[in-house]
Ligand binder design. Structure first.
Ligand code: DX5
Ligand code: ZN
Length: 222
């Protein structure tokens, strides 16, 4: 499966969001990771469907929308209408995960499930054939710029085994604390989509952002 970098705009300059997205698009990435947080599921509030919809008309990137919200079933159609190409829902607190997955699939969008660092893989055993991607959090949801939790590495390997045994094609995305070093460790464990927030957006200058993307790309493409 193809290795991808998915820049997360959580630490971008929100006063210049259109330009911030253009900067990574011009640097040649294919994905954009959009972290939606409601101050309930996650301890901070980020942005919602209106921001995504505003960016949609300025970007050709694949919009990878990561919902860290309570009651995602109420908002799935809203985020699809806003321009999401893929919707990720967390397994935590969602008793009807299978129903949520099919809510997204019935709209012909890609669907993913996300697991917080402390959530075991067993909970997705019976839906692994129904999803396009599994997102393994390598930090606790809430903020950009947190430290990578290394226990995710054996979890990635375990997930890769689960996927292979199920004979399905499922992407493994890793999210939180990704640098060239941690990206390489995750790649070796079996991940293929790498969410990168502050490592790119800590730079205000576009050339530096481009260089950061190049450095990650070098780490995951050999
Ligand atoms: C955390 C978010 C992540 C995170 C990535 O709640 O889901 O996408 O902001 O940012 P960095 O790369 O800075 O950890
Ligand atoms: Zn995320």
């Amino acid at each position: 499966m193809k290795n991808m970098i998915a820049p997360s705009i959580l630490n971008a300059d929100f006063a210049n969001l259109k330009r911030e997205v253009e900067a990574v698009e011009n640097a040649g990435v294919d994905y954009l990771h959009l972290d939606v947080m409601d101050g309930e599921f996650a301890p901070s509030i980020s942005f919602g469907d209106q921001v995504i919809s505003a960016l949609r008309s300025h970007s050709h990137l694949f919009f990878d929308v990561h919902l860290m919200i309570q009651h995602p079933e109420r908002y799935i159609s809203t985020f699809i209408a806003a321009g999401a190409d893929s919707i990720t829902v967390h397994v935590e607190g969602n008793a009807h995960l299978h129903r949520l997955i099919y809510q997204v699939k019935s709209a012909n969008k890609q669907v993913a499930v996300a697991l917080n660092p402390a959530t075991p893989l067993e909970v997705i055993k019976h839906i692994i054939r129904d999803v396009d991607m599994v997102l393994l959090m390598s930090v606790n949801p809430g903020f950009g710029g947190q430290r990578f939790i290394p226990e995710v590495i054996p979890k990635i390997q375990e997930l890769r085994d689960m996927i292979e045994k199920s004979h399905v094609e499922v992407n493994i995305e890793v999210d939180g604390g990704i640098t060239p070093e941690t990206a390489k460790q995750c790649l070796d464990a079996g991940a293929n989509i790498f969410v990168v927030g502050s490592y790119i957006y800590k730079h205000r200058n576009d050339a530096d952002k481009k260089h950061a993307i190049k450095t990650i790309r070098r780490a995951i493409n050999h």
